[in-house]
Design a protein around this ligand. Structure first.
Ligand code: MEV
Length: 310
C-alpha cells in the first residue's frame, strides 16, 4: 500500500484514576467529540507533520519521544523504510483526555494498515503501552485500552477488561481548565505518598476502587443522582491524595452550584480537565456556560444514555 490510515478517540475517565495504578478498578470511555487520525506514507527520512511540530523526526522535541520510539520499534519489527507521519487531532494535549495514548493508537493502526497487516487488539495495546511508558512513566494501561476501543470499559490492571453499556439518562459535561495536566508528576507524587504514608494513603486508594464498582452498578441501574454522589466522594479522595488543584476545585464548585449531580477531576489532575454530571440537557448547558464564564478554556457535552458505539 502507498499509505496507511488509523484513528482513535480521546478518552474520559469517569471514576478510578490514580487508584487504577494500584490495581483498583476504573471506568473509562472513548470520548467521541475528540479524535485523532494518523496517516503514514513512505518518505526519504522519518518525518512528522502535526499541529505541534513539523519536521524530521530526529529533530522533534523531547515531549515527542514516545512517537519517536514507537516509530523506531514499528520500523524495526517490519524492517520498513522511513516514513512520514501526518497527525491531525482534536484532542487537547496533556488534559487528561488520553491524547498521547490516542496518538499512539492511531499511528500503530496506520502503520499496520500501510503494511497491509491486520493488527490484533493485544498487539495494538502492546505497542501503545510501550509508547505510554515513555510518556507517563508507570501507566496502568487504561488510556491505551480506552482510546483503542469503542465502548465504555471497566478496567483493572493485569485483568481482561470488561465492556459494558452506559444505560444512564444523564449528560456529562467536560471542561478544560486550560492548564496542562501533569500525569507523570501526579502519578509519581501519589507513589511517593504511598511509600511514605501507606497507612492513610492505602485506604483512600482502596475506597476509590470501591466507589468505581458502585458507580458501575449506578450506571447499569440508571441511578444518575447516586452516580453524582459517588463522583463527589471520589473527588474528596482525589483531593486528599493531592492531585486536585485550585483551578479544578473552582470549576467543580461552579458546576455544583449550577445544578450538577456530581463533579470531579478526570485523568491525571493538577490541571487538565474536570467532569460534571447533569440530569438533563438544559442543566448541562447551564453548567457548561457557567464553567466557560468562570474560565474554562473549552467545554463539551455528551449525552450518556444514547452512547454511540463507533
Ligand atoms: C491518566 O489518564 C490516568 C492515571 O490513572 C494514570 C494511569 O492510569 O496510567 C492518573
Amino acid at each position: 500500500k502507498s499509505s496507511g490510515e488509523g484513528n482513535a478517540n480521546g478518552k474520559i475517565i469517569l471514576m478510578g484514576e490514580h487508584a487504577v495504578v494500584y490495581g483498583e478498578a476504573a471506568i473509562a470511555f472513548p470520548f467521541q467529540p475528540t479524535h485523532v487520525t494518523a496517516e503514514i506514507t513512505e518518505h526519504p527520512y522519518d518525518q512528522l507533520r502535526s499541529g505541534y511540530f513539523v519536521g524530521p523526526l530526529i529533530k522533534a522535541p523531547k515531549s515527542l519521544e514516545n512517537i519517536k520510539t514507537l516509530i523506531r520499534q514499528l520500523r524495526h519489527d517490519f524492517t520498513a523504510p522511513p516514513v512520514q507521519i501526518t497527525i491531525s487531532s482534536t484532542i487537547p494535549a496533556e488534559r487528561g483526555m488520553g491524547s498521547s495514548a490516542a496518538v499512539a493508537v492511531a499511528i500503530t493502526r496506520a502503520f499496520f494498515d500501510w503494511q497491509n497487516s491486520p493488527v490484533s487488539h493485544e498487539t495494538l495495546l502492546k505497542y501503545v503501552n510501550y509508547a505510554e511508558k515513555i510518556s507517563h512513566g508507570n501507566p496502568s494501561g487504561i488510556d491505551a485500552a480506552a482510546t483503542a476501543g469503542s465502548e465504555p470499559i471497566l478496567f483493572q490492571k493485569g485483568a481482561a477488561f470488561e465492556t459494558f453499556p452506559i444505560n444512564l439518562s444523564a449528560f456529562l459535561i467536560v471542561a478544560d481548565t486550560g492548564v496542562k495536566g501533569k500525569t507523570r508528576q501526579t502519578v509519581k507524587a501519589v507513589a511517593q505518598r504511598f511509600e511514605q504514608d501507606k497507612k492513610t494513603t492505602s485506604p483512600l486508594i482502596k475506597e476509590l476502587g470501591d466507589l468505581t464498582l458502585k458507580a458501575k452498578q449506578a450506571i447499569l441501574n440508571n441511578q444518575a443522582r447516586y452516580l453524582g454522589e459517588l463522583m463527589n466522594a471520589a473527588q474528596k479522595n482525589l483531593a486528599a491524595l493531592q492531585v486536585s488543584d485550585q483551578t479544578l476545585d473552582n470549576l467543580i464548585a461552579v458546576a455544583t452550584k449550577n445544578g450538577a449531580l456530581g463533579a470531579k477531576l478526570t485523568g491525571g489532575g493538577k490541571g487538565g480537565c474536570m467532569i460534571a454530571l447533569a440530569a438533563d440537557y438544559t442543566t448541562a448547558k447551564k453548567i457548561a456556560t457557567a464553567l466557560t464564564n468562570q474560565g474554562a478554556k473549552a467545554t463539551w457535552i455528551q449525552e450518556l444514555g444514547v452512547y454511540q458505539y463507533a
